[in-house]
Design a binder for this molecule. Structure first.
Ligand SMILES: *Cc1c(COP(=O)(O)O)cnc(C)c1O
Length: 420
């Protein structure tokens, strides 16, 4: 055990030095985290930003409670989907007027994929990743059935070759920059360019990218993008998702869910649909105001923060996490599933272990929250706004203890809850 103790001491002083030199360290105060908890599941549900409770209190008591329906005008409720969309857009490298906040990622995907296919009529193929998050695959299949398109699953690493071979038949490529299981990172710029060379549109699902990677949607010529508000953006459980439609596609953007909020004159109450100009046409029904205002307040945690700095810290955290895993988990049955090359890694580290589920439960009982993705991944996500190197070391140290002690074999850690 002396070697493990020595390794721990050395790692603890490295963590302290890295945290002392961290230019983003003070951002942690913009979040309300429980004492004694290490939170490495911000890639599933972001922590609570300190600005949110007061914003919600105001939204409920003053805006709803006192101003009542006048709030749609007087408190800017009607403009909120576009306003919050622009706030998200600042983190995506998107100029104003191209991002709309609302609905869930699944709904936005359905609208965006269908609209993309309609922008490329006569092309019978829709490409998506067999390792994409399930909802992305389910929605793609449904859009395929609806429009009579073939949905072909091509792994992201083979996408450029598939486009070079068969690209003139492809309407749209629908991929995520980060594999939600392994954390592998793909090149948005290069794959977007490959889609464009084939005359196809590139649609990106940014759920595991928005808020942790310096995205440049405008600069890279991305056509469409979607993503959720509750992961790295920390907008709260079920927070509104977002949709990006590049300016050049907006006039022809023809989404299937033609709800009254997207009408050119919603209060004219006309009997047939005429889309609003600009990104406003991507609205569907009445927006969930409390959730939108919570997301808006949550995004203030990014005020003055440069996503390049966020990425630099995220890389440092995952690098250090891998180092801790190498030193402390050796011989305990773990293997690293995440690429070791920083440029090929998102903001998480995934470790394979046959007992991933009970280990994650035992870890939570020790105050370290990560999650498990079936069948065998321990997934540890780092949000650079509130995770420190000391947190990362504590997480790996506790994971080691949970594994060495064998406590994870306890029956109570094996019972599967509804959400894993
Ligand atoms: C989290 C996630 C979703 C979630 O979709 P919802 O409709 O918001 O539940 C979709 N796609 C990806 C890639 C995700 O990571």
């Amino acid at each position: 055990m002396t070697t493990a103790t020595d390794a721990l001491t050395a790692l603890a002083s490295r963590a302290a030095a890295l945290d002392a030199a961290d230019p983003l360290a003070a951002l942690r105060d913009r979040f309300l985290l429980p004492e004694g908890v290490v939170y490495l599941d911000g890639n599933s549900l972001g922590a609570l930003p300190a600005a949110v409770p007061a914003a919600l209190e105001d939204a409920v008591r003053r805006q709803w409670g006192t101003d009542l329906i006048l709030s749609w005008n007087d408190n800017g409720w009607w403009q909120a989907p576009q306003r919050v969309g622009d706030a998200v857009g600042r983190l995506l490298g998107a100029a104003p007027g191209q991002v709309l906040a609302g609905e869930s990622t699944s709904v936005q995907l359905f609208n965006a994929l269908t609209a993309a296919a309609r922008l490329r009529p006569g092309r019978p193929l829709l490409l998506t990743d067999p390792d994409q998050f399930p909802t992305d695959q389910y929605i793609a299949d449904s859009v395929g059935r609806l429009l009579g398109l073939e949905v072909r699953r091509v792994p992201a690493r083979e996408l450029a070759a598939a486009l070079a071979a068969d690209g003139d038949r492809v309407a749209v490529t629908a991929y995520g920059p980060v594999d939600y299981r392994t954390g592998e990172l793909y090149d948005v710029a290069a794959l977007t360019a490959a889609a464009h060379r084939a005359g196809a549109l590139a649609l990106w699902d940014l759920c595991h990218a928005a808020g942790c990677l310096p995205l440049e949607l405008d600069a890279h010529g991305v056509d469409l993008a979607v993503g959720c508000g509750y992961k790295y953006l920390s907008g709260g459980p079920g927070a509104p998702a977002f949709l990006y439609v590049a300016h050049r596609h907006q006039d022809a953007f023809d989404q299937p869910l033609t709800g009254w909020n997207g009408h050119a004159e919603p209060f004219a109450m006309e009997g047939s649909y005429r889309p609003a100009p600009g990104i406003g046409r991507a609205r569907v029904g009445t927006p969930p105001m409390l959730s939108l205002l919570a997301l808006e307040a949550a995004l203030t945690a990014f005020d003055g923060v440069d996503t390049v700095q966020v990425r630099a810290k995220s890389v440092s955290l995952t690098e250090f996490l891998l180092e801790c895993a190498d030193r402390l988990l050796d011989g305990l049955g773990f293997t690293v599933a995440t690429p070791r090359e920083a440029g090929r890694r998102g903001s998480q580290v995934s470790l394979r272990h046959p007992d991933a589920y009970p280990l994650v439960q035992a870890l939570a009982a020790r105050g370290v929250i990560g999650d498990m993705r079936a069948p065998d991944l321990v997934r540890l996500g780092v949000n650079a706004l509130y995770v420190s190197h000391a947190d990362v070391l504590a997480a790996v140290r506790e994971l080691r203890e949970a594994a060495v002690s064998g406590e994870y074999r306890d029956e109570r850690f094996r019972r599967r809850a509804a959400v894993t």
